[in-house]
Design a protein around this ligand. Structure first.
Ligand code: PRP
Ligand code: URA
Length: 215
């Protein structure tokens, strides 16, 4: 069964290096240390795409050779918002790109039986409503956790929300985009489907457990 969604709101970050690294992550033999490193690296690749539209100002600069006019980011303020736990693995990669970003947290776990999200923690920068919020979580499965996180951010007045995941199921993409008319999605892969336990197929298993070694 094919699942429809608005592809114009989805950016597939499928650079050859991304695809190569993602295959190593999918491999069940890859241990936590390497898995964590790869989550961080892929977050960095996605960060480039998710910030591609940031406006620039002219910036005069004197090189060792002459005076010229370069470019500087025109003051867009950013918050990185990981969905706990697994989203934490993506924060450092994005902070390398955007060191001045603030970091908010939304704690969410998925009930193993119902697959419904449960929020257990939330803390945002006080001016989150003035910031572009990059919501990060490696996995978008049913879309329940991401939708709940987005609803929370909208409730706090956040206008510009960009959801960065590494692996997405078509069902989760359709749910998130159908629920929120503005959010944009960045993903390194769109997988086949969900299984009966609402895990992504082929996926990479439980991202949080693989990042933190709690398998
Ligand atoms: C995982 C994952 C997402 C969620 C995706 O988190 O990191 O947050 O499941 O599933 P969904 O799209 O169906 O909501 P999990 O609840 O396992 O918590 P964890 O990050 O603490 O491992
Ligand atoms: N959460 C994960 O970590 N992996 C899945 O495949 C689905 C939800």
């Amino acid at each position: 069964m094919s699942v429809d969604f608005d592809r114009s709101r989805v950016t597939l970050v499928d650079h050859p290096l991304v695809q190569h690294k993602l295959t190593i992550m999918r491999d069940e033999r890859t241990g936590s240390k390497q898995f964590r490193e790869l989550v961080k690296e892929l977050a960095l690749f996605e960060g480039y795409e998710a910030t591609r539209d940031f406006p620039l100002d002219d910036a005069p600069v004197t090189t060792p050779i002459c005076e010229t006019v370069g470019k500087r980011i025109a003051g867009r303020k950013v918050a990185i918002v990981p969905i706990l736990r697994a989203g934490l693995g993506m924060v450092d990669g994005l902070l390398e790109l955007i060191p001045a970003a603030r970091v908010g947290h939304v704690g969410m776990y998925r009930d193993e039986v119902t697959h419904e999200p449960h929020e257990y923690y939330a803390k945002l920068p006080s001016d989150a409503d003035q910031r572009i919020c990059l919501v990060v979580d490696p996995m978008l499965a049913t879309g329940g956790s991401a939708t709940a996180a987005i609803d929370y951010l909208r409730g706090q007045g956040v206008k510009d929300i960009r959801l960065l995941v590494l692996v997405a199921a078509p069902e989760g993409i359709a749910t998130v985009l159908g629920h929120d008319p503005e959010v944009r999605l960045y993903t390194c892969a769109i997988d086949e489907r969900l299984n009966d336990a609402a895990y992504i197929v082929p996926g990479l298993g439980d991202a949080g457990d693989r990042i933190f070694g709690t398998l």
